[in-house]
Design a protein around this ligand. Structure first.
Ligand code: ADP
Ligand code: ADP
Length: 226
């Protein structure tokens, strides 16, 4: 079962930069796919197109397992984690994770169960009433992951999520992401420029190269971790 299907996708920005050229990629349900490549090779651009956050200049993208809305985009089926946690400083941890459910008009009392369950799954059960400024970088990232997972998406997209964190925190988060993936069966696309991270986490590595951004190698892996 395919979750995402990209066919010959190209992306040219208005300044003329050709960020992607003829990229094709099928992502199957349950995969933990790393998109690996040097800075500037088009990983983020590809991920944003997969998320429906940016349009392709040419080619097509399809989400065969998702409900598609009137604008041709997948509805509520994709969680996105950025490198910057982008939390709302005036909201508690609980309030930040509530946001996607609030946008779906779920009441606070109806949301509370799934919010508490999701916060527990990322190790934040005791921090629901904390504010972002009281949390370390790793904890803020956990809030951001919880916010992406609280709507129970089928596909989780992560764009170099741990690049700004220290090595120990990063490895703890990698362990936790791997555990969440095993427990939930969610499909993950994880953008990184770390060969180590991609090998540790994934069961498939798609290597990209730059100028123009293209898939260079597509490696199915059987690792002890995955
Ligand atoms: P990566 O995520 O692999 O670092 P990006 O997808 O961010 O790469 O960028 C791919 C290329 O497109 C780079 O050359 C980058 O400078 C360029 N680029 C990214 N976003 C824009 C934009 N909004 N306008 C113009 N060029 C862009
Ligand atoms: P309202 O703002 O509508 O009065 P509340 O803030 O009282 O709603 O929250 C309603 C539900 O959300 C309750 O079940 C409450 O336990 C839960 N809730 C709200 N804020 C938090 C929080 N910071 N930590 C844990 N649960 C919370």
């Amino acid at each position: 079962r395919l979750v995402v299907s990209m066919r010959n996708v190209s992306k040219q920005f208005s300044n003329g930069t050709l960020a992607l050229k003829d990229m094709s990629l099928d992502v199957r349900r349950g995969e933990f796919l790393s998109l690996l490549g040097p800075s500037g090779c088009g990983k983020s651009t590809a991920l944003r197109i997969i998320a429906g956050l940016g349009a392709a200049s040419a080619g097509s993208i399809d989400w065969p397992s998702s409900k598609i809305n009137a604008r041709g985009l997948p509805e509520g089926d994709i969680g996105f984690v950025f490198q910057e946690p982008t939390l709302m400083p005036w909201q508690t941890v609980w309030g930040n994770v509530y946001l996607p459910l609030r946008l779906q008009r779920v009441s606070k009392s109806d949301a509370n169960g799934v919010i508490m369950e999701t916060l527990a799954s990322v190790g934040l059960a005791d921090f629901t009433k904390s504010y972002p400024r009281e949390l370390s970088g790793g904890m803020k990232m956990r809030v951001s992951i919880a916010r992406a997972l609280v709507t129970k998406p089928r596909l989780l997209l992560m764009d170099e999520p741990f690049a700004a964190l220290d090595e120990i925190t990063r490895q703890r988060l990698n362990d936790d992401v791997l555990r969440l993936w095993r427990e939930t069966g969610i499909t993950v696309i994880f953008v990184t420029h770390s060969v180590f991270e991609s090998a540790f986490l994934s069961n498939r590595i798609v290597v990209m190269r730059a100028r123009p951004g293209q898939v260079y190698a597509d490696l199915p892996l059987v690792t002890s971790a995955a």
